[in-house]
Design a protein around this ligand. Structure first.
Ligand code: ADP
Ligand code: GLC
Length: 494
């Protein structure tokens, strides 16, 4: 068994990885954490599907056949492609029936009906790759529902395999609202024995719930912020999984995500047009002016409120859209939004932009470079999420002196210090926060921040300076993960 100093073998399984395929923050973490573990000297393998979208990368990598048994009745032949992604030893699981499709999770409208099997092949394939290559993992680190079955397969399918006898599993919850539900008709295919189809494991209102099964079988579970970990224990914040989280409360912790400051720093960011190291050295003002020009917003001194987001109910658009109508009516604020996702939310944002062509810009789509220019050019970052496991954009915003306006939930509460009601916490305050999930509560805070912006420029500048100094380093988060891994290796399997 590994000593307290010896490098660990960590198998990280994730359905998306930044630089290969990304739909949200999971991808940022699935690249940044393994990269940091490699820097700390650990032996890491990052396992992810070989999607059609990344063919240009994996088709160049050496190929090996892999036979996987999801159940006792059938075998599936996969291939693995091994290479290096941004310094991380990476294994992509190739199975054209499953992954050679235009989408990652869905066909643009509905999730693929065989998603459970697709990601079961990822999970089992990752473990089988270890066996075939005699690479004994100390830790199997599964991310979200797509990899949750790896915790079950390790605990049950490989229960009596000496090869995995000392391996322990960690399930990280980036977003427990997505649970990988499917019909119980999939039990046999996935190799889930009837004995595990009960409310204490995979069963959920008559269906299979893969995340729930993962929570049951993982040796440790962690949420991506302490705030979210606490919420998962409550009925309101647990996305219907309160009982199983409470049952596993001893195994549940929170580890706050980090930020890759190599990518997100206004001093060096290659995607922004002027660099800055302080909010008032001219660089940020130039970024704002150029952004407004690019988005054809009117010139002037008005505060610019920005947002970069998946268009999903989670992100609080049902509060934000009415709050923006009201704020645009009653103040001179300008708004710049970037997002893709829900067509109905997109239509509502287009309507707002049509109504206020010189004050509102809405770019529908996914555009990483524009995301950087918005972070640099905005005055305020809007993130009124209904729930937020961690949230990365508010952390990026702090670094760019774009003060976040957040709702007091999950990771937002853990990363933003709100300006006190009496405004006395100068040197500490980094943003604005409201609690009630109502448009009115958001409007009140929006009006307040606009007043501070316009009437108390010295308070605003002080907050920007404090915000820019905040650091959420991956080095810190990775050390917390390593402590969790080492703790697990000292105790018997769950
Ligand atoms: P979530 O993972 O819930 O979507 P996070 O704040 O953790 O939220 O991470 C979102 C990540 O995806 C950030 O890196 C953000 O910049 C990026 N992102 C989201 N939507 C877009 C978009 N439309 N264009 C560019 N980047 C986006
Ligand atoms: C999820 C969450 C987000 C978190 C990200 C990375 O997509 O919605 O809050 O920051 O994962 O952990």
């Amino acid at each position: 068994m590994a000593s307290n100093k010896s490098p660990l073998k960590v198998l990280v399984i994730a359905s998306e990885v930044e630089g290969l395929v990304k739909t949200g923050g999971l991808a940022d973490v699935a690249r940044a954490l393994p990269a940091e573990l490699v820097r700390l000297g650990h032996d890491v393998r990052l396992v992810t599907p070989a999607y059609a979208k990344t063919r240009a990368v994996w088709s160049q990598w050496p190929h090996q056949s892999l036979c996987v048994h999801l159940n006792a009745f059938e075998e599936t032949w996969l291939a693995t492609r091994t290479g290096e992604h941004q310094g991380i030893p990476t294994v992509q699981i190739e199975h054209s029936d499953s992954f050679d499709r235009p989408g990652i999770y869905d066909n643009g409208a509905t999730p693929y009906e065989d998603n459970a099997r697709r990601f079961a092949l990822l999970s089992k394939g990752a473990l089988q790759w270890c066996r075939d290559n005699d690479w004994q993992p100390d830790i199997v680190h599964a991310n979200d529902w797509q990899a949750a079955l790896a915790c079950f397969y390790l605990a049950e399918h490989f229960r009596y395999e000496p090869f995995f006898a000392h391996s322990r599993s960690v399930l990280t919850l980036h977003n427990a609202a997505y649970q990988g539900q499917c019909s119980s008709g999939w039990l046999r295919t996935l190799g889930i024995h009837e004995q595990f189809f009960h409310p204490g494991a995979f069963e959920d209102h008559g269906q299979i719930n893969l995340l729930k099964g993962g929570i049951r079988f993982a040796d440790a579970i962690n949420a991506v912020s302490p705030g979210y970990a606490a919420e998962l224990l409550s009925d309101l914040g647990s996305h219907g999984l309160g009982p199983i989280f409470r049952e596993r409360a001893d195994a549940l912790s929170g580890i706050l995500n980090g930020c890759d400051y190599g990518q997100w720093s206004p001093e060096t960011d290659p995607d922004i047009l002027a660099h800055f190291s302080s909010p008032n050295d001219g660089g940020k003002a130039r970024c704002k002016a150029l952004l407004k020009q690019e988005l054809e917003l009117a010139e002037g001194e008005a505060p610019l409120l920005v947002s970069i987001s998946r268009l999903a109910d989670q992100k609080g658009f049902n509060l934000l859209i009415p709050a923006l109508w009201e704020t645009l009516r009653s103040t001179d604020a300008q708004v710049a939004l970037l997002g893709s996702g829900d067509a109905n939310l997109a239509a509502q944002l287009h309507r707002l932009a049509r109504e206020y062509p010189t004050r509102v810009a809405f770019v529908e789509g996914y555009d990483n470079a524009l995301a950087h220019r918005l972070e640099a050019g905005g005055d305020v970052f809007l993130m009124p999420s209904i729930f937020e496991p961690c949230g990365l954009n508010q952390i990026y915003s702090l670094r760019y002196a774009t003060l976040p306006l957040v709702r007091a939930v999950g990771g937002l509460k853990d990363t933003v210090v709100p300006l006190a009601d009496d405004g006395t916490n100068s040197g500490q305050a980094t943003g604005f926060m409201f609690a009630d999930p109502t448009p009115d509560a958001l409007i009140t805070e929006l009006h307040r921040l606009i007043r501070v912006y316009q009437e108390q420029p010295e308070v605003w500048l002080d907050m920007q300076q404090t915000a820019m100094k905040q650091r959420f380093e991956w080095a810190t988060a990775a050390k917390d993960y390593v402590s969790l891994y080492r703790k697990l290796l000292k105790v018997p399997r769950h």
